[in-house]
Design a protein around this ligand. Structure first.
Ligand SMILES: [Zn+2]
Length: 372
């Protein structure tokens, strides 16, 4: 993701990036202003002036979107929620929060800050527009910026997650039901309804002959639908993970296997009969490494008779250490950032179990199916 973004700098320590898709929108806005809106408002200027004025307006629009996102960032930081970064992209911007706000009130403040900034900008541009009516080349761009900031605020206030209005809705339901997960599910269901409406109206407009505007709306609908269903899935997973510890999921009583037996023997005697799929490879009782089906299949089958478990194993000292009391979500995050499919669970210098991403996934699936 980082690779497809253009890094602009840091504000309040938060990295600000520009998605390359944004350049497309910048060009589109500049082009539509320079070839339609501006010549209509100011006839008889030379084309270069239209293009420069169009580009300046598009830059001011980008600045407006950035200020909207900085509204979210400022309130997030003030409410103790770290921000990973801000990315300006196709539909505006995204401020990526490191964690969910701790309370409905904080969620509300962070969510409402963006639209509030946009409304403030719309009002400011309206003031400039009214005061500077007679200044050449100022009225048309400021009128445009006033409208677009107003639209930005309205669009974001639509009560469907992941739009700001959806977050406001989540904050309200969260406060009312006291359940963050229920609130997330309701807000993302409403987001899916909103996306469906966008999609439906878009298709209808396309059929009616308003092809490009319709396509645009349908595209926004599709984008929102994805984001909303991701949000509800994430809420389910997080709910399944809260309160779960590593020791609830880890494999215990791992079978020991001697370090000098061949993979062929191991597969035939112990893996195929289904006795176990995970082994601790040890030398005279001292654990040396872990061996799972993944390590076995990494070796070509014709080499199994000549490969020992020691040669195929994942050495213990190269594995990520975690503790049994660690909460499962943090453990999985730690494994994800280390690109580790499994981690050794250590208690007082002794291996007491093994946590694999696969086992954790199965555990999450069981809990979501049971609805607990
Ligand atoms: Zn926003």
């Amino acid at each position: 993701m980082m690779g497809s973004n253009f890094y602009l700098g840091r504000i309040w320590g938060v990295p600000i990036k520009l998605s390359f898709s944004w350049f497309l929108i910048f060009t589109l806005i500049t082009w539509s202003l320079a070839s339609g809106y501006l010549p209509k408002t100011y006839p008889m200027l030379n084309p270069l002036t239209y293009w420069l004025l169009g580009a300046a307006t598009a830059v001011a629009f980008a600045g407006s979107v950035l200020l909207h996102e900085l509204g979210h960032v400022y309130l997030a930081l003030r409410n103790g929620v770290p921000v990973r970064g801000v990315t300006l992209f196709l539909f505006g911007g995204v401020a990526e929060l490191e964690k969910e706000p701790g309370s409905p009130a904080a969620e509300f403040r962070i969510a409402i800050a963006g639209p509030a900034v946009s409304l403030l900008l719309a009002a400011s541009f309206a003031a400039i527009w009214i005061l500077g009516r007679n200044v050449p080349l100022l009225a048309a761009p400021t009128e445009y910026l006033m409208r677009i900031n107003f639209l930005l605020a309205l669009f974001n206030l639509i009560p469907g997650f992941p739009l700001d209005g959806g977050r406001v809705l989540r904050a309200a339901v969260w406060k009312y039901t006291r359940s963050y997960y229920r609130a997330t599910r309701i807000a993302s269901s409403s987001g899916q309804l909103v996306s469906l409406a966008f999609f439906g109206v878009g298709i209808f407009m396309m059929i009616q002959g308003n092809f490009f505007n319709g396509l645009w709306l349908a595209f926004i609908g599709w984008f929102l639908q994805n984001a909303a269903s991701n949000a509800s899935m994430q809420a389910n997973v997080q709910q399944a993970l809260t309160g779960s510890l590593v020791q609830d999921v880890m494999r215990r009583n791992l079978e020991q296997v001697h370090s000098l037996i061949s993979l062929d023997e191991l597969v035939n005697d112990r893996v195929l009969p289904g006795r176990s799929e995970v082994f601790i490879v040890s030398d005279f009782g001292t654990p040396q490494g872990i061996l799972t089906i993944n390590e076995i299949t990494a070796i070509p089958q014709r080499k199994w008779p000549f490969t020992t478990t020691r040669q195929a194993m994942l050495p213990i000292d190269r594995m990520l250490p975690i503790t049994p009391e660690m909460d499962l979500l943090s453990a999985l995050r730690k494994m994800e950032s280390a690109h580790a499919a499994q981690a050794k669970v250590i208690n007082q210098n002794e291996i007491v179990g093994l946590l694999s991403v696969e086992d954790a996934m199965r555990y999450i699936r069981r809990r979501t199916r049971l609805g607990i």
